[in-house]
Design a protein around this ligand. Structure first.
Ligand code: SF4
Ligand code: F3S
Length: 264
């Protein structure tokens, strides 16, 4: 890996909450600092770059002109109301189309860029769509989640640096190493599910004792992600460990297909 030229990465942010950028800054294997300073050349990232205005736009244009870059996309694209998301006077759709020209691949971080996410939830006032509805012809990997798990993102980037391609993916372009198993099958509360031990009310004895959250609305049985093993914030915890059911944030159609989140 130390013999690989640092590839250029352009990070685009459209309709989103910046949660994926926040998650990236908390990555640990490797850390965001190790990745930016030693493995990639992050030439454009609206939220964290020092440059602004025309200097920032020029950095992006120069990176695209070189070609062979990776485009990271955070957020959905408002095709119904292009003016809902503009940067430097350009619409998100135009910026995306220009940025992927000559790119080696697209990494969609978070469910908004991969599937439309919350901006595309009904009634979808801006006509929000996923990246793959706007551009094609470039290899795509979808790192879904709300937000993305930063460890899965850095692992995907390092895999691309090492092998020159994205890891094996499922039918939704999600890497199998991170989305190959259901939450329900690796969940720490699964033994209680099998034993018929369920929390029935928030705060009841079953809830406090770590019993299964299925009857409180947990969507773990229909969600694929490695949250139980990789966890978040440096491996600290994940939703079910914190006492809240999985809301299915990594699946197509989230939020509409996964709500209501609470059965009680
Ligand atoms: Fe499955 Fe959710 Fe129960 Fe865990 S808490 S065993 S994911 S239903
Ligand atoms: Fe999302 Fe469920 Fe993991 S809500 S973060 S896929 S536990």
């Amino acid at each position: 890996l130390d013999k690989v030229d640092r590839p250029t990465v352009i990070w685009l942010e459209f309709q989103d909450c910046a949660g994926d950028s926040e998650a990236f800054l908390r990555s640990r294997n490797p850390s965001a600092a190790d990745l930016i300073l030693g493995m990639i050349s992050l030439d454009y990232h609206e939220t964290v770059m020092a440059a602004s205005g025309t200097a920032a736009e020029k950095a992006r244009d120069d990176a695209v002109a070189k070609g062979g870059h990776l485009v990271v996309v955070e957020g959905s694209i408002p095709t119904g109301i292009p003016g809902a998301c503009t940067i430097g006077g350009k619409s998100a759709e135009d910026i995306l189309r220009e940025a992927v020209r000559g790119a080696a691949g697209i990494i969609n971080v978070g469910t908004c860029s991969a599937f439309g996410g919350i901006p595309a939830a009904g009634p979808n006032p801006t006509g929000a769509v996923r990246v793959e509805d706007v551009v094609g012809g470039v290899p795509v990997v979808n790192l879904t989640g709300c937000p993305v798990n930063a460890d899965n993102m850095t692992a995907t980037i390092v895999h691309h640096l090492t092998f020159g391609e994205f890891p094996a993916r499922d039918r939704f372009s999600r890497p199998l190493f991170a989305y190959g198993q259901r939450i329900h099958d690796t969940c720490q509360r699964r033994g209680h599910f099998d034993a018929g031990e369920f929390a029935e009310q928030w705060g009841d004895a079953g809830h406090r004792n770590g019993w299964c959250l299925y009857r409180l609305g947990c969507k773990g049985p229909s969600t694929f992600h490695n949250c139980p093993s990789v966890r978040f914030n440096g491996g600290t915890s994940w939703p079910v460990a914190a006492g809240h059911g999985c809301v299915g944030c990594s699946e197509p159609g989230f939020w509409d297909t996964m709500s209501p989140f609470y059965d009680r």
